[in-house]
Each structure stands twice: as C-alpha cells, then as structure tokens.
Design a protein around this ligand. Structure first.
Ligand code: VG1
Ligand code: CO
Length: 544
C-alpha cells in the first residue's frame, strides 16, 4: 500500500457555516473537493502522527464513500487509529461522546443535519475538536484559509474497508476500528438519568409515548435505548431505520416537517408524549397530547426541574442560550441565582462556557438542547430528560408547562422562516435594516418603546474572542424582541429568519395561540424590514 501525493487546486467556496461545510452532494462528488477539505482540516492540527480520530455520519447518501476516502487519507497522514461507527453510523452527540471518552484529537461528522438527502440533496462535513465540540471560529477560519492555499493531499492506495463488520482492520500502519454506534453513548446517558424509574413508569402502562427517528440517524439509538433498555413496546420508535434519502423526507423535528408524529399527538386519544430528532440526532421536538413545547420553554423547564434528575441533582452552574432563543431560561436562572449567558447562534459558542464549568445546560430555539455531558446538542438526551421528569412528577406535559408559566410567566415565542429567498434581496433587507438601527432607540413603535436596536456582537468570556454581526435585534422596554438573521446552514439562496418574542406575566392570557399573541410584533417586523416587499413573499415558508 503506497501513499499517493495528489496534486490539487483550491476551491473558493470551502468556508464552513454555522455548522460545518454544507454543499450539494454533487459538489462533494467533484474530484478532489472532499479530499481538499479533509486535508486542510488535517493540516490545521498540530500533528496527525500517532493520533486517534473518530469518524461517522448520519447515514445519508455518500456517507460511506466519503468515509472510505477519509480513512485512506487518515492512514496516509499518520493517524494511528480511527474509530468509525458500524456502517458509518454515528450521531453528532455520540461522536462528541466518543471523542471525549477516548481522548481523541477530534472527530469528523458527515452530516448536513436535517437538510434533505439523496443524490440530489445535501451533504456536509463537520470537524469537532478534542473537547468533543464543534470547531470554534478560529479553527474553522484556519481550515478555510488552508483550503485556499492547498496544492496537494495525501491518500493511501488501498482497498475499501468493510464497515459492516465490528472489529479492527489494518489500513497501512493505521488501525481502523469499527465500533458499535450506540454502546458508548448509551452508557453515558445511563449515568445521567434514572433508567429504572423510567422503565417502571413505562411498564406501569399508564403512560404511552412514541419517538419519530424520521428515517435518520437516531433510529438505532432510539430502538436500543427506548425499546431494548427501557422496555418500551416495539413500534415506540417510528421510522427507526436510517435511509440514505431519509425516506424522501426532511428530518427536521418541528411542527411542519414532523407531521406524522404531530398528527398522532394532536388527537384526544393519542400517546401522552411524543418526540422526534433530526438527521444527525442533535435536535429534539417535545410534544404532549395536544400540546407543543417550544424549544425555549423546554430549556427553561429542564433547568427548573434539573434536580429531579440524577445527573443534575447537585444543581446547575449556569444556563446558556443562543441570542435568538427566548428569555424564558433567563427567568429560571434568575430564580435559581445562577448566571444566564447569551451567545451567538451555533453550538460552537457554548464550548468555552461548558469547558470552563460556567454553564451546565445550553439551548437554542432551533430545537437544540444539551448539557456538559458532551459538547454538542443532544436530541435523545433531551427526550430522556423529559421522560425522567415525567416519571418523577407523574403529570402531563401540558400540566408541567402551564404550571411553569404560572410561576415564571410565559414568553410567547415564534420563528418565521423565509426559505429560498434570492441572496441579493435578503442582503438588501439586512442592509437597509442595519441602516435604520441608529434611529430606533427611544422610539415608540406600535405599543412599545424601543430599548435597544443593534447588530449582536459577542465577546467570549473565556478567550475574549469577538464575533460580530450575529443578528439584528430590536428590544422593547417590556422585554419583547424582534430578531433578524440570515441562515448559515443552507445550500441554495438565502433563508431569512425572523424571531419574535413577547413576555406575558398574566396567567389569564397564557392560553393564547402564539401567533395571535405575537400578531403586533409580526406586523411590526414586516414594516421595519419590508419583508413582503423585498422577499416577494406574503407569508413565511415555515413557522415554528
Ligand atoms: C441553524 C440553527 C442553529 C443551529 C444550526 C445547526 O443555523 O438556527 O441554531 O445551531 O442550524 O444545527 P442557521 O445558521 O441556519 O440559522 V444542526 O441540527 O443543523 O447541526
Ligand atoms: Co442537527
């Protein structure tokens, strides 16, 4: 087996976005495209010699061919061992767990999360560093710079590895270790939650739940943990086998894309609890019977109930949320007397807070919740957290949430997405909005006075790095907010995200539909940003 040094040329578009490099599959299939990005990633490491790497993906189309290439490149670059999930399957949180448990130099996750898969769909590459978390901005910047200067990459001339067979194989001098995709991760979760109690709760027969894996990566995890370990009846995990095209669906756990699950929960005789995860297993949606829990409320409720769960019995150090996430978790932090952090969008910004022990729970409005057990958001972890709380409190999801609102008030919240907008239109919208910002503070708009209007800039409290232009926020004196951002995960055109939030202390009004409660802010967002005019759309593509 010989090491080939292949001549290549830079591709101008290899800049990672909110969560790794995402492109159409056909782009990744362009000769040298994947190889360049992988070599650039290896080149930014201090040394690959003798190091261990974790590799896996969400099972989408091109996952296995990409893994074969990465294994041969890892061997040629001097790694001593690669741990790879069986059949190429590793969820994002499971990868994070493995990197930490086996103290590897990092890991590569092949996923475009919930973006559609298949030959005409999307593919993605994420690099996680030795703490198990997504590469911070300084690393993704270095990788990008390297892609712009690359001239050669190294690859071993060898046959493909059988990824279906557990165990070790040699690739040159490197060991490829095909591992069970679930075991290590399931063991970690077992240390955090009261599995016996959840098991009894399920066995009691008074509680029924379903989990929708949406034909994506969490199928094997859900079947092993919920059905085999916790004894939930067969069929609890739906769409539980990963498919290369995710069954033609869009594995984004929200009210729009998880319609099969939603239809089963929004009936009077449906299950008591329903949950779904996304393509790579890091997101979660939580439903009760006829009840939707917003991700922001979910974070707040997990925080408020954390001491009911063994892994968090000793209390929380702090709670961190992304800027567009509602302020509901801040109210819990205040009550608990612990710090609340506000970071830019993307899990990489939680890394330093978790590593330094300042935050225990983190969350994003985009159906992402997690904790210091790994360095990624974790879909199944959130579901188990809820199951543990439900098993202890023996109340319905709706009761738990409405009681939470009675204690803390309700932060009405919604996100309106305008997908597939022409990039120049979206940029114009943001530019004209930016230009208005200095004139807004102190003005009365609708029923409220503007307390601040700015483009969010974050200084990391640990390494002092600054991330500017992280979203336009308009905050009102009563705590209401409108936030505008352009997505950093799409592969076609632009997606405008408008985040709306209003605080309501009065329990008499808590039953309102969020869209009704936020109606004034929705109108205001349009008049401020000229959304209809500039996007040419009269309504959002997706409302969550
Ligand atoms: C979106 C979400 C963000 C999340 C990111 C990755 O980013 O808004 O909160 O961290 O996806 O999630 P953007 O830039 O499109 O708004 V995942 O599940 O794709 O790894
Ligand atoms: Co994801």
């Amino acid at each position: 087996m010989t090491i080939q040094v292949v001549a290549t040329h830079p591709f101008s578009d290899q800049k990672p976005g909110t969560s790794g490099l995402r492109k159409k599959v056909t782009v990744f299939q362009t000769p040298h495209y994947l190889e360049n990005f992988i070599q650039a990633t290896f080149d930014t490491l201090e040394s690959c010699q003798g190091q261990i790497l974790v590799v896996g993906g969400d099972g989408r189309y091109f996952n296995q061919p990409a893994i074969q290439i990465i294994l041969k490149m890892a061997a040629a670059n001097g790694f001593s061992r690669v741990k790879v999930g069986q059949n190429g399957i590793l969820s994002t949180p499971a990868t994070s767990c493995l990197i930490r448990k086996y103290r590897t130099i990092g890991g590569i996750i092949l996923s475009a999360s919930h973006n559609p898969a298949g030959p005409g769909g999307d593919f993605g590459v994420k690099f996680n560093t030795s703490n198990g978390g997504p590469a911070p901005e300084k690393v993704t910047k270095a990788i990008y710079e390297r892609t712009q200067a690359i001239e050669t990459y190294k690859i071993l001339d060898a046959a493909d590895i059988d990824l279906g067979r557990l165990g070790e194989t040699k690739l040159g001098t490197m060991v490829v270790e095909v591992i069970d995709s679930v075991t290590d991760y399931a063991q970690l979760l077992e240390t955090l939650f009261d599995f016996d109690r959840i098991q009894q709760f399920i066995a009691s027969g008074s509680f029924r739940f379903i989990f929708d894996a949406m034909h994506a990566v969490t199928g094997p995890y859900g079947r092993r943990i919920f059905e085999e370990r916790l004894g939930a009846p067969a069929g609890t995990v739906q769409a539980g086998f990963p498919l290369e095209d995710f069954g033609g669906g869009h594995p984004d756990p929200n009210l729009v894309y998880a319609h099969d699950l939603v239809a089963q929960l929004f009936t009077d005789h449906g299950p008591d609890f329903g949950a779904a995860s996304d393509g790579d297993g890091d997101r979660n949606m939580i439903l009760g019977r006829n009840f939707f829990v917003t991700p922001s409320d979910s974070l707040a409720i997990l925080a408020a109930n954390a001491t009911l769960v063994p892994g968090y019995r000793q209390g929380l150090a702090g709670i961190a949320r992304s800027m567009p996430t509602s302020q509901a978790p801040d109210r819990v932090a205040q009550q608990l007397g612990i710090p609340a952090f506000e970071t830019p969008t993307g899990w990489k910004f939680f890394g330093n807070l978790l590593d330094s022990g300042q935050a225990t729970l983190c969350g994003e409005e985009s159906f992402g919740t997690g904790s210091n057990h790994v360095r990624e958001k974790d879909g199944l972890w959130a579901v188990l957290f809820w199951l543990n709380i439900l098993a202890v409190r023996q109340q319905s999801v709706a009761e738990i949430v409405t009681q939470h609102w009675q204690t803390y008030g309700r932060n009405f919240y919604s996100r309106h997405d305008y997908e597939g907008v022409a990039s120049d239109r979206a940029n114009e919208l943001m530019t004209q909005l930016q230009a208005k910002l200095p004139t807004l503070t102190g003005k009365t708009l609708g029923a409220g006075r503007v307390a601040y209007a700015d483009d969010f800039s974050y200084q990391d409290p640990v390494d002092q790095s600054v991330s500017a232009n992280q979203g336009i926020r308009i905050g009102f004196e009563d705590g209401s907010r409108i936030v505008f951002r352009l997505s950093g995960t799409g592969t076609e055109g632009a997606t405008l995200r408008v985040y709306l939030e209003r605080y309501e202390p009065n329990p008499q009004n808590h039953g309102l539909d969020a869209q009704v409660a936020l109606q004034d802010l929705i109108g205001l967002a349009d008049s401020l940003a000229q959304i209809k005019l500039l996007t040419g759309r009269d309504k959002p593509t997706v409302i969550t």
